[in-house]
Design a protein around this ligand. Structure first.
Ligand SMILES: Nc1ccn([C@@H]2O[C@H](COP(=O)(O)OP(=O)(O)OP(=O)(O)O)[C@@H](O)[C@H]2O)c(=O)n1
Ligand SMILES: C[C@](O)(CO)[C@H](O)COP(=O)(O)O
Length: 227
């Protein structure tokens, strides 16, 4: 099994959560969301290091948390940007060792290690692999509040992170997106711009991104179920 480095954008504002501060500092079962997420990779012996993008003013708080929760694999903390893509780009630029890299939202603490392993295997062989789950709802395109089209659900996946890549491919995609002024909502989008096939690895429905307050309720239940 190939080792990997994980890049974790953690510099968001948590607007939709409405906490008034970085939602990654909110606690689930008495532990910050950020620490739950980092702990998954700390415990994964295939993870050789973590690169975080953070708000500079939050770095001291995070450094204290790393010490308090025994997180030892963070090899760089870089300033994030106004957009998630910019925060990830900063992580990409900070990586020195090639190989396979994973980009994972620090707001997704419930990723399973077997999904990570599969992503690394597929990315190592094919260059690009992303986590996702089949859509459960019917999805429609609307215009001015009126249904225009119902999309064939059999082809729809709800995409998550981690998203795994050979480093050189992701670096090329990131630098091209920057040069072109292209802004995507995930790393797959910028790699797709290169015309490179991106493979899907089926993940789990509990790999939830802590985005709104309802997600916290789900997170608390998930933690209880895992005890
Ligand atoms: N400029 C940004 C925006 C987001 N993120 C990170 O990207 C992940 C996914 O982003 P999201 O869930 O949208 O977080 P926020 O941007 O904080 O949320 P919101 O859009 O509600 O403000 C999070 O771990 C967040 O910290 C980041 O590093 N830099
Ligand atoms: C990357 C992502 O988690 C894939 O679903 C999602 O696009 C992030 O969106 P956000 O609005 O930046 O949280």
């Amino acid at each position: 099994m190939e080792t990997y480095t994980v890049m974790l954008p953690a510099a968001g504002s948590g607007r939709r959560m409405g906490a008034g501060f970085n939602k990654l500092f909110l606690e689930l079962a008495g532990k910050p969301i950020l620490m739950h997420t980092l702990d998954v990779f700390e415990r994964d012996h295939n993870c050789e290091g973590m690169i975080l993008s953070v708000k500079p003013e939050e770095r001291p708080t995070i450094e204290q948390m790393l010490q308090a929760y025994g997180i030892t694999k963070v090899k760089a903390m870089v300033p994030g940007g106004a957009e998630r893509q910019q925060s990830v780009a900063a992580c990409i630029q900070a990586h020195q060792d090639g190989g396979v890299v994973l980009v994972h939202d620090a707001a997704r603490p419930f990723i399973h290690q077997d999904v990570i392993r599969k992503l690394v295997e597929v990315a190592s062989e094919y260059g690009a692999a992303i986590a996702g789950v089949p859509v459960k709802d019917t999805i429609k395109v609307t215009v001015d509040g009126v249904v225009e089209q119902t999309v064939d659900r059999s082809k729809l996946w709800s995409i998550q992170t981690p998203q795994a890549f050979r480093y050189e491919l992701l670096k090329e995609a990131s630098e091209k997106a920057e040069a072109d002024g292209f802004l995507g909502t995930d790393e797959s989008m910028i790699v797709e711009q290169l015309g490179v096939p991106v493979r899907i690895v089926e993940s789990t429905y509990d790999n939830v991104k802590m985005t709104t307050s309802e997600d916290l309720l789900f997170g608390e239940v998930l933690l209880k179920r895992r005890q």
